[in-house]
Design a protein around this ligand. Sequence first.
Ligand SMILES: Nc1ncnc2c1ncn2[C@@H]1O[C@H](COP(=O)(O)OP(=O)(O)OP(=O)(O)O)[C@@H](O)[C@H]1O
Ligand SMILES: [Mg+2]
Length: 140
Amino acid sequence: MSVNKGIELKNLTIKYRVGEEKHKAVDNVSLTLRPGKIVGLIGESGCGKSTIMNAILDTLPNNGFVSDGKIIYNGTDLLKMNAEQRRQVKWTEIACAFQYAQSSMNPVAKVIDQFLDVFEDHGIHKSKEEKNGTSPRKKS
Ligand SMILES: Nc1ncnc2c1ncn2[C@@H]1O[C@H](COP(=O)(O)OP(=O)(O)OP(=O)(O)O)[C@@H](O)[C@H]1O
Ligand SMILES: [Mg+2]
């Protein structure tokens, strides 16, 4: 991916399969996230905020699916990408800081190490100084 043009949701509709039925959780939502800008999505509990975020990140629960619309990132519809293309974008270029961070982070590991693990996992490697322990961020 080259120039970051942001993310555009176009007429996004997301449903959950529950038994034989399909429940609409997000109905025809369009919005634009521009680089460098902050967009707040506000609504009552259950209105579909997390569902939208999960659709963007491709982390919807197994019974959830996008039934209509587009998620355009840098001119490409994320929903049309294959699994490998989607994996390359996920967490590297589009990521999420979850609610209840205390339950998604390990309380006995340093925050910096947890971030570094994620960077390593996405091919962003430690400097030589960090590897040999001469960095100011060296582990104690
Ligand atoms: N896996 C699921 N199966 C069926 N319905 C679901 C599932 N996950 C969420 N829902 C329903 O989809 C709707 C949207 O839920 P969502 O979690 O996106 O809301 P939210 O706006 O993030 O709420 P909150 O502010 O409480 O985090 C709700 O009616 C919820 O019950
Ligand atoms: Mg939520």
